[in-house]
Design a protein around this ligand. Structure first.
Ligand code: ADP
Ligand code: MG
Length: 252
């Protein structure tokens, strides 16, 4: 909820880590995130409101602009560089550790490099003058690699999905070309490029198990998403990645 020049958001088990990340970003002078201003009388977090343009639903056509996409990748790079010096105490990480589920493949074996944002959806990026200027919604932060971050951005923006599962705005864009564009604008190194497709595949496989687990244990919106077919959608993404993976890796 917006209140004046702030937004008020509900807390969750992840919130202490989010608040520590936002405090670190403020301390290092990173301009591309809201500031954390404590809790209000109703126990909600208070964040500064960031003026600008944010995509909603239906997705606006400008999501297909390559120059906007490059600016999102540069912003993510700036966030990753700003957060890389942040080493949270272990107790903040416990609530965000993913559960180990039977049948779920393990995380990719690269060691985490930073506290990733990992939710770079169009709805979580603020633009001004056609340039991405801020990330919002840090609820999914947790230890990640730079490749995880780039994969997450590409999932939503390339997008790494078959045409039937894309919004109209992104239906006909060339996801292979846009993935390369993201890697270039982010400045992903050669080793990271080589790991991008396998990481996307593994993360997609894991997300099927994690989404099913959340639907079963948390119910609510998670159960509705599962009933609406998010599991099948994840399977279609996997099939798409298997079909297009070689082209993506070659383009990278
Ligand atoms: N700090 C902020 N500055 C500007 N807009 C915001 C801010 N926080 C949220 N919003 C707006 O509200 C929407 C939903 O907020 P968000 O924090 O992403 O919550 P959710 O968990 O529902 O995705 C965003 O897509 C954006 O339009
Ligand atoms: Mg959001």
């Amino acid at each position: 909820m917006r209140v004046g020049d702030t937004v008020r958001r509900p807390l969750g088990p992840h919130s202490p880590l989010v608040h520590a990340v936002l405090a670190h970003l403020e301390a290092v002078g990173f301009a591309g995130s809201p500031r954390f201003r404590g809790l209000d009388g109703r126990g909600r977090e208070v964040l500064t409101f960031i003026e600008g343009e944010v995509a909603g639903r239906p997705h606006p056509p400008w999501l297909a602009d390559d120059s906007r996409l490059a600016s999102v990748a540069r912003l993510l790079r700036a966030y990753d560089d700003a957060v890389a010096g942040f080493a949270p105490p272990a107790h903040l990480l416990e609530p965000v550790a993913p559960p180990e589920l039977p049948g779920m493949p393990p995380e990719p074996d690269a060691a985490p490099e930073l506290i990733g944002h990992l939710d770079i959806t169009p709805e979580n990026v603020v633009f001004r003058g056609g340039e991405a200027v801020a990330l919002i919604d840090f609820d999914l932060v947790r230890p990640a690699t730079r490749v995880d971050e780039v994969v997450n951005l590409c999932l939503h923006w390339a997008p790494l999905a078959p045409e039937r599962d894309r919004s109209d705005a992104l239906r006909r864009v060339d996801a292979v070309v846009r993935t390369r564009l993201v890697a270039d604008a982010y400045g992903l190194d050669g080793a990271g490029r080589a790991r991008l497709v396998p990481t996307a595949v593994r993360r997609t496989e894991r997300s099927w198990h994690l989404m099913r687990h959340r639907a079963q244990t948390l119910g609510g919106g998670w159960a509705r998403m599962w009933d609406d077919g998010v599991g099948e959608k994840i399977q279609r993404r996997l099939a798409w990645l298997e079909a297009e993976g070689e082209r993506i890796s070659a383009a990278l």
